[in-house]
Design a binder for this molecule. Structure first.
Ligand code: MG
Length: 283
């Protein structure tokens, strides 16, 4: 794959990403794919989908886990519903994640992305230990499929995330760095955080945001088009260059209810990233 190949978050059916036709129209060559619905995850569909992607010249870099019942309506609801932290859905979601990993293998995909959820703060609690064990089992299943797990940033400080990764002790556990999430969740400066997690970064989202004017960590910040928020797009890319990241730059713009605007803003992000790539990489 090209150095800093431009990508976009896409959906076949489930999820908030753009449709494949939009990816093709924008001339984008890589995608991170939101997990399709269970009924779509068949070997026949994997074959059909692989052919469609080949026709469009698109490569999937990551399949991102998504589960029924997850809601990002408020930060509090996110904590109660997202990922592997809510105890009631934990084992069922782990079983489903194994199935999604197997489906991703049929698509030839070697990375699975995931929000784990808000990791419990009390390291000695049974809850924390159970989340660690869950992610260990997930990593082990993925290793059997030659896949890595990329944890999405945002819901905790990067220091907590690094500590969690250290406790899981698996060689195929890395980070998908989303600078906007750190602003949206009120965690703090994304550039400083990126330097801290440096070598663990195996995927990134080019997403931007403005911090809340209410209570950080309680009220959401606001997602805005890449390059127009508080991330500082140029500094973000320069820092990625500094830490030696050469993977895909995946644009995330989650406004599927406004498809025309979504397409336009992703197109603007493509132009901005192309300019910055030329400037920073001298190409
Ligand atoms: Mg993201």
């Amino acid at each position: 794959m090209q150095h800093w190949s431009i990508g976009v978050f896409a959906s076949i059916d489930a999820g908030l990403g753009v449709k494949l036709e939009v990816v093709r129209d924008l001339g984008i060559k890589t995608i991170q794919l939101h997990t399709p619905y269970k009924t779509s995850r068949t070997p026949e569909n994997a074959a059909l989908f692989t052919k469609q992607l080949a026709d469009y010249g698109i490569t999937i870099t990551t399949v991102f886990l998504g589960f029924e019942g997850e809601s990002y309506e408020t930060i509090d609801i996110t904590a109660k519903t997202v990922g592997f932290v809510p105890p009631l859905t934990r084992s069922a979601r782990l079983a489903e994640a194994f199935e999604i990993s197997d489906f991703a293998k049929l698509l030839g995909v070697t990375a699975i992305g995931s929000h784990i959820g808000f990791v419990p703060h009390e390291k000695n609690s049974s809850d924390y230990k159970e989340v660690v064990e869950t992610i260990q089992r997930l990593c082990d299943h993925l290793a059997g499929n030659n896949q890595a797990l990329h944890l999405e940033t945002g819901q905790e400080s990067v220091n907590s995330l690094l500590e969690f990764i250290g406790n899981v002790r698996r060689k195929n556990l890395f980070i998908n760095f989303d600078p906007a999430n750190l602003i949206l969740y009120g965690i703090g400066d994304p550039i400083g955080a990126l330097k801290v997690v440096g070598s663990y970064v195996r995927g990134v989202h080019c997403k931007d945001a403005l911090a809340t004017t209410g209570k950080p960590g309680v009220d959401w910040g606001r997602e805005v088009p890449f390059g127009t928020g508080q991330v500082n797009a140029e500094l973000f890319l320069r820092t990625l260059h500094e830490i030696g990241y050469d993977g895909a730059l995946t644009i995330e713009r989650e406004i599927p209810e406004e498809p025309q605007r979504q397409k336009e803003e992703i197109g603007q992000a493509v132009r901005l990233i192309s300019e910055l790539k030329a400037k920073i990489l001298n190409i």
